[in-house]
Design a protein around this ligand. Structure first.
Ligand code: NAD
Length: 448
């Protein structure tokens, strides 16, 4: 092939958070020279030493191996990284703006402008961050304005679909690759970079810029809708005495529906789904696409209502007040296999119980540090047993294996009251009731 004769593109990755650190390590694993850039010196220091700055299965090994091999380096100096690279991936955050549902685009804008200003030779800028439709076009104008004369640069979008907890696997073997707004040349460059996953079967969809941007947010909006759908049905199940878990299993056998993302419970959270559906709501409203606004508003509303539902169950379980009652909370991360507590429903409920005067003790196998940074006033424990000792109420809010496989008979002897709220419908109701527990679930079994 023509490209095979040319030297391999050198890669910079701007932003080394959950997305960027994984992407940088994965690109190095594919054999490219990669330099990761972040404005946070703490992250860069840890990464340079070959450590992951957050918990992600498989990532520490990948970082260590590639740093040791000399293919993966990190710096806080954008100019230095841009000068030695040909393809620049933008992986910075796009959080919700304060005081609005819109995405805060200041980081992607700064990254695009920074790359363009510091280009010393021709390059390709590839956006991976999740952005509202229309952002790429705006960034193209910013880049055109900032790039030094005589330098040729293209900006395209290649949205990222990785799941935290499975980030390495998803980056090395993506379900699909979407290339947005590419020319023949930039498409060839991306095909070369992703040669291995493509050869192993990852399909490539080449799209225009707005479609590529929208694929990502639509995927998240659909997943969020699926979760809120089943949670709305869980409410009906609660009222009708039906079992939402069985119902979801039965629905899931229909190939058109599928079982995934049909777990009723406390709802979705994290650094992506909530802010992505809100940004899409905001952008759809700007574009006058009102059907999407109304739909997503309901999805958000149903989701937030689940947190209240757990609060209501806690009040009910404790006879109307949580004041000065000891509550053992199992789970702080927004889902298992991550230490991410951004917009975590678990931590949100723990904090709400604390604000109502409960003595809350939280245990999470990985997220203690991140949770403590965000909510230092909550009590924290280092084990399930420590969290539940003397508890008036046990609340399971993140479905870690450690909790689903816990022995309710052993735990029964350390709590004060054998009452558990299963906020994730993840406990085996029979085993827990046989061990003497009263169990409240989320539309699954009648309260016992
Ligand atoms: P994050 O907050 O973990 O990481 C963002 C990083 O960018 C931070 O380390 C920050 O210091 C750095 N940064 C900000 N401005 C910078 C700049 N000008 N130069 C260099 N570094 C800068 O966020 P994340 O979870 O990695 O998400 C990043 C983007 O990826 C978001 O748009 C998100 O929606 C998207 N995304 C995330 C996931 C996920 O599972 N986390 C999956 C797919 C897409």
């Amino acid at each position: 092939k023509k490209t095979a004769d040319q030297p391999a593109p050198r890669i910079s990755v701007i932003g080394t958070g959950y997305l960027g650190a994984t992407h940088a390590a994965a690109m190095a694993e594919l054999g490219f020279d990669v330099v990761g850039v972040d404005t946070d010196p703490r992250k860069v220091k840890e990464l340079k030493e070959g450590r992951a700055p957050f918990f992600e299965p498989g990532l520490p090994e990948l970082i260590r191996r590639n740093v040791a091999a000399g293919r993966l380096t990190f710096t806080t100096d954008l100019a230095e990284a841009v000068a030695v690279s040909d393809v620049h991936f933008i992986c910075v955050g796009t959080p919700q703006q304060s005081g609005s549902f819109a995405a805060n685009l200041s980081y992607v804008e700064a990254a695009a402008r920074g790359i363009a200003e510091n280009l010393t030779h021709d390059g390709l800028i590839v956006g991976k961050s999740t952005v509202p439709v229309g952002t790429g076009a705006r960034l193209r104008a910013i880049v055109a304005d900032a790039v030094p004369a005589g330098i040729d640069v293209e900006l395209v979008w290649n949205p990222e679909f990785l799941r935290e907890g499975k980030a390495v696997e998803d980056t090395l073997s993506p379900d699909r690759l979407v290339f947005g707004g590419t020319s023949a040349r930039s498409e060839a460059t991306l095909r070369r970079i992703y040669q291995k996953p493509i050869a192993e079967g990852s399909p490539v969809l080449v799209a225009d810029l707005p479609t590529a941007e929208l694929v990502k947010v639509s995927a998240n909006a659909f997943l969020a809708t699926k979760i809120s759908f089943i949670n709305a049905i869980a409410e009906v199940c609660d009222a009708a005495g039906a079992d939402v878990s069985l119902l979801a299993d039965a629905l899931g056998h229909d190939k058109r529906i599928g079982r995934q993302f049909l777990n009723a419970g406390l709802g979705f959270g994290g650094g992506c789904l909530p802010k992505d559906i809100r940004a899409l709501m905001h952008r759809s409203n700007e574009l006058g696409a009102h059907a999407a606004v109304g739909l997503l508003q309901q999805v958000d509303e149903i989701n937030m209502g689940r947190r209240q539902r757990v609060m209501d169950l806690a009040l009910k379980a404790l006879g109307g007040s949580v004041l000065n009652r000891r509550i053992g909370v199992l789970g702080a991360a927004f889902k298992p296999h991550t230490d991410d507590v951004r917009d975590s429903p678990a931590l949100n409920v723990a904090a709400a119980l604390h604000l109502r005067g409960a003595q809350v003790v939280v245990y999470d196998p990985q997220a203690r540090e991140t949770a403590q940074r965000l909510f230092p006033t909550l009590g924290y424990a280092d084990s399930t047993e420590e969290a539940l000792t003397g508890a008036d109420l046990t609340v399971v809010l993140t479905e870690w294996d450690e909790f689903t496989s816990a022995d309710p008979a052993a735990l029964a002897s350390i709590v004060r009251n054998r009452t558990v709220i299963d906020g994730r419908n993840c406990l085996d109701a029979g085993t827990w009731s046989r061990a003497g527990w009263s169990l409240y679930a989320m539309g699954t079994v009648p309260e016992v």
